[in-house]
Write a protein of this length. Structure first.
Length: 465
């Protein structure tokens, strides 16, 4: 079979953080039955295939420099839906947004969602995403009833916790390196309202934030925002939001068409990015963090209100394209997952280090997690701290800070997350995943993908050796 059509479309692709610009041969299949021939064409051309959903990974998980990238975002059919049981089967390009829009009118909501509604189901399974309910609900993989996949060796398989279970637990979290999800069956969560009851309050320091998140981990959702610029005794201060589902007897709102607000504080969303741009520097971001904490502390403390599931979960979608305000070098996120007992000292240490290096994060988010059984798991019984950094004019400064922060996290038994990561290397990935998990990955890859066709830049950076 000729490889010519695949090689006609060399285009530039970026990561979500816009810190990487890479050229690849991009192909966008319209149907899953086109996929087997694409493996043949790649083999014939001596090229590897990287998979891409919506390209919302912060780092290089959906890039495959100089090789083929299959964009799977056109595979958007809902294949089966049971409004009685909330079980849905969909193609991998269906997005979280399509999913909730389809299910909410029937009283169902995705059990786990990320902070944005644009990722595809395939991308969410490959990363095994978590939400603000990770302690309660686990990662998305725990809600997958089964999936079907096409393996590079030509096999089509069905996997569930009972059937082909080793592959089930490895492909979910496996970052698209073992096969292509072709259909995904998920059990959704029954909800009695389109809204949740939210309570917001502040804490004056890191110890207070961690204790408050921990004390509320059995709520349906709990998340903390940290004032990333605070220092000294105020280091780690911030605001918490916990949310609970409403019950049928709560006489709760039942809106089926939910949208994010068109304006924020009366300002149309479209004009916000240029207004925010002057604050995307150490001084401006520090000011914004401090002003937000002060307002949260004195104006909005201990408030309880109803908010739609969409507004609560997809805060980061309020301002489309917000990530572009980080400028031409883009942004990098460093998210570390640290066991509960070590979290306070570890997070304090990495925040102080970043401040000392003159590279403070501009956004910091805290979550509670629990361990899971998936092969490349990022979770621990503890907390994660996600820090957004602007890439400076000398990116090596940030790479070296990330290396120092990684060392602190690793020394405290922590882990990292490939969907967010852009700076780990093979040695540090091995240090948290362990030789056994990596050997399992390679053994499975030798079976499913003997020619090592499925690759991406992340694989070559962190997992290939
Ligand atoms: C603003 C923002 C907020 C976020 N918040 C969270 C959060 O709260 N929690 C969280 O866990 N994550 C979060 N993320 C990360 C995001 O959920 C993951 O990166 C997710 O993988 C993105 O899905 P995607 O469709 O864009 O996949 P891509 O980024 O395009 O690809 C991700 C991986 O999926 C693989 N892949 C894609 N499709 C398939 C397929 N059909 N079969 C096999 N492998 C496939 C690719 O090979 C790649 O390795 C956030 C991202 C953004 C931009």
């Amino acid at each position: 079979m000729s490889s010519a059509p695949l090689l006609q479309n060399a285009v530039g692709l970026e990561n979500f953080g816009h810190s990487l610009k890479r050229v690849a041969y991009v192909f966008r299949p319209q149907r899953t039955d086109e996929l087997p021939a694409l493996f043949e064409q790649a083999r014939a051309a001596g090229l590897t295939i990287g998979l891409r959903g919506s390209g919302r990974s912060y780092g290089d998980a959906a890039l495959n420099t100089g090789h083929i990238v299959l964009e799977l975002g056109a595979l958007t059919r809902i294949l089966d839906w049971n409004a009685e049981t909330g079980v849905i089967t969909a193609e991998p390009g269906v997005t979280i947004e399509q999913l909730w829009r389809h299910a909410l009118p029937h009283g169902w909501w995705p059990p786990v969602v990320p902070g944005t509604m644009f990722p595809t189901l395939g991308g969410c399974l490959a990363a095994n995403i978590h939400g603000k309910n990770n302690w309660q609900a686990g990662p998305i993989g725990e809600h997958v009833v089964q999936f079907t996949a096409l393996l590079p060796n030509g096999q089509q398989v069905t996997c569930s916790p009972q059937e082909n279970s080793q592959l089930f637990y490895a492909m979910i979290s496996g970052m698209g390196l073992l096969g292509i999800f072709t259909s995904i069956t998920l059990q959704l969560k029954k909800v009695h309202s389109s809204h949740v009851r939210v309570t917001a309050w502040t804490q004056p320091d890191m110890a207070g934030m961690l204790a408050a998140v921990d004390a509320n981990k059995d709520e349906d959702y709990i998340v903390g925002w940290l004032d990333a610029a605070a220092r000294g005794r105020s280091l780690g201060r911030g605001q918490l939001h916990r949310a609970t589902y409403l019950h049928a007897e709560d006489n709760a709102p039942q809106q089926t068409t939910l949208d994010l607000p068109a304006s924020i504080l009366g300002i149309p969303k479209g004009v916000l990015p240029p207004l925010m741009a002057p604050f995307v520097n150490n001084f401006g971001a520090g000011l914004v963090n401090m002003a937000k904490y002060t307002a949260d502390r004195w104006l909005h403390n201990n408030k309880t209100y109803l908010q739609s599931l969409v507004e609560f979960n997809f805060l980061l979608d309020y301002i489309p394209g917000w990530e572009r305000i980080y400028g031409r070098n883009g942004l990098v996120q460093h998210q570390s997952f640290v066991p509960a007992a070590a979290a306070e000292s570890t997070f304090r240490e990495i925040l102080k280090l970043a401040q000392r290096r003159g590279l403070p994060p501009y956004l910091a988010v805290l979550k509670r997690h629990r361990p899971d059984k998936f092969l490349l798991s990022h979770a621990v019984d503890g907390f994660s701290l996600a820090l957004d950094f602007r890439v400076p004019s000398q990116p090596a400064r940030l790479v070296s800070l990330a290396e120092e922060m990684d060392a602190i996290v690793l020394a405290n038994g922590g882990r990292f997350y490939f969907a967010k990561d852009g700076t780990l290397n093979a040695e540090r990935a091995r240090a948290y995943l362990g030789a056994e998990a990596l050997a399992s990955l390679q053994a499975l890859k030798a079976q499913t993908d003997p020619d090592n066709i499925l690759q991406n830049d992340l694989y070559r950076r962190c997992l290939a050796n």
